[in-house]
Design a protein around this ligand. Structure first.
Ligand code: SF4
Length: 210
């Protein structure tokens, strides 16, 4: 029986993506292969973890009457059993999102899962981490997020969008790092460029309801 290393399972408001604002159940898996300078979830790779089977996780999720589940980290795809978990969640009828840092192959993720994928910008210190092969398997169900810490990050995201994502039909978000950049500056840059980038302020940082 496959088991996963789990940091926490909790219910909250989804703070990001096109699902922003909806009540969700979250499964935070342990471990991350990156170390972003502005990481806001270091507990995902430094905190205590619990070993749980897929069945034990499902038992907790099924006890809550909420159909939306987000599997997040850290980097969930580091754990091979993550795919088993995603398959089981889809099989149980949940609407499932997966938050991934973009550095690992996303192609094994079940088709019904909404993949919310980061593309790391220079201020994260991890801009070289993105797995470019992931671009070829994107569908309109997927969503892309650039976390923007400074003007250089926005320039990077803008160029990446023009070079690789102009044909992508899913949403592309630019999200300011809280307390590092004024969201109004980001809004002005997006308005100036008139590109179909969506500004996203992390709702879960404004409304703490975990
Ligand atoms: S990928 Fe996510 S969890 Fe990992 S270091 Fe970066 S922000 Fe933190």
């Amino acid at each position: 029986m496959s088991s996963l290393r789990v940091v926490e399972i909790f219910t909250s408001i989804q703070g990001e993506s096109s699902f922003m604002g909806l009540p969700f159940q979250f499964v935070r898996l342990s471990g991350c292969n990156l170390r972003c300078t502005w990481c806001d979830t270091p507990e995902s790779y430094t905190g205590p973890e619990t070993h749980m089977t897929v069945e034990e996780i499902l038992c907790i999720l099924n006890s809550v009457s909420l159909n939306h589940v987000c599997v997040t980290g850290g980097e969930p795809l580091l754990q091979r059993a993550c795919i088993n978990l995603l398959d089981s969640l889809v099989g149980c009828g949940f609407t499932v999102t997966l938050e991934t840092n973009g550095s690992l192959d996303i192609s094994p993720v079940p088709e019904c899962v909404h993949r919310i994928m980061d593309i790391k910008c220079p201020s994260s210190g991890m801009a070289a981490s993105f797995c470019m092969d992931n671009l070829s398997c994107l569908t309109s169900r997927d969503e892309i997020k650039f976390v923007i810490g400074d003007a250089g990050d926005y320039a990077y995201a803008r160029q990446f969008f023009l070079d690789h994502l102009s044909a992508f039909t899913g949403p592309v978000f630019v999200s300011p790092v809280l307390n590092l950049i004024d969201p109004e500056h980001l809004a002005k840059w997006v308005l100036c460029d008139k590109l179909p980038l969506r500004i996203q302020v992390q709702l879960h940082k404004l409304i703490r309801c975990k």
